[in-house]
Design a protein around this ligand. Structure first.
Ligand code: PRP
Length: 209
């Protein structure tokens, strides 16, 4: 069996559709149940839905042979996995955002609220800016509004959340997209099937281009 960790949610549904079109269907996954694990005996594939930020943990520890994780998670947690392919899905960007009237004059330590402390630290380190990181777990946009931080480092997809909270992008840090990842020892011992999946998924990515 090839164990595949899919990110629960809208992105995961698109990813599953890609696997299905690539020749690895599992019809039971579309039944509206609360089940989290689905198997197709014939194709020797088992899918399971996990929280998007947990996919790389399952893959790194070998509970999943392959999976799909955002580049944001891979950069933030640096899991010891192989990154096989950019799926060109779930595209967004990591950016610095803040109130429209905020201008960083570089004089005081900058207060930065984020879920992505490593990405933020690396970015500000690369430009030699002193910061005070405030780690939050969600609704990051509130922090500068309430004066908890000067700016935020967060994911921007459509830009709606920023706009509706009177914030704006100050600097783009990185483009983000979903990546196919593999467990290192699975890549060795289940190499044949992983290569087959990789090839067929690659064709799907090209087709969708
Ligand atoms: C993410 C991100 C932004 C929002 C951006 O939040 O943290 O809040 O999406 O999307 P937009 O540019 O299309 O508005 P998510 O939904 O993951 O929830 P969170 O508050 O837990 O971070």
């Amino acid at each position: 069996m090839l164990n595949v960790a899919l990110p629960k949610g809208r992105l995961g549904e698109k990813v599953y559709a890609m696997f299905e079109a690539a020749g690895y269907p599992c019809p039971s996954i579309k039944e509206n149940t609360r089940k989290l694990i689905f198997e197709n005996e014939e194709k020797q594939v088992r899918y399971f839905w996990v929280k998007p930020s947990d996919v790389s943990i399952y893959v790194e520890r070998g509970a999943a042979d392959i999976g799909v994780a955002g580049k944001d998670i891979l950069l933030e947690y640096e899991p010891d996995v192989y990154e096989l392919l950019d799926l060109d899905l779930g595209k967004c960007r990591m950016a610095v955002a803040g109130p429209k009237n905020f201008y960083d004059d570089g004089e005081k330590t900058l207060k930065v609220a984020t879920k992505f402390t490593n990405i933020a630290a690396n970015y500000y380190n690369s430009i030699g800016r002193d910061i005070d990181i405030i780690k939050l777990n969600g609704s990051i946009e509130i922090a500068p509004i309430l004066g908890l931080s000067d700016v935020i480092v967060d994911i921007v997809e459509t830009g709606t959340t920023l706009k509706e909270n009177d914030l704006e992008v100050k600097t783009d840090i990185l483009p983000i997209s979903a990546r196919l990842i593999a467990n290192k020892s699975s890549f060795k011992f289940k190499g044949e099937i992983i290569e087959c999946v990789l090839k067929s998924i690659e064709e799907q990515v090209k087709k969708d281009d």
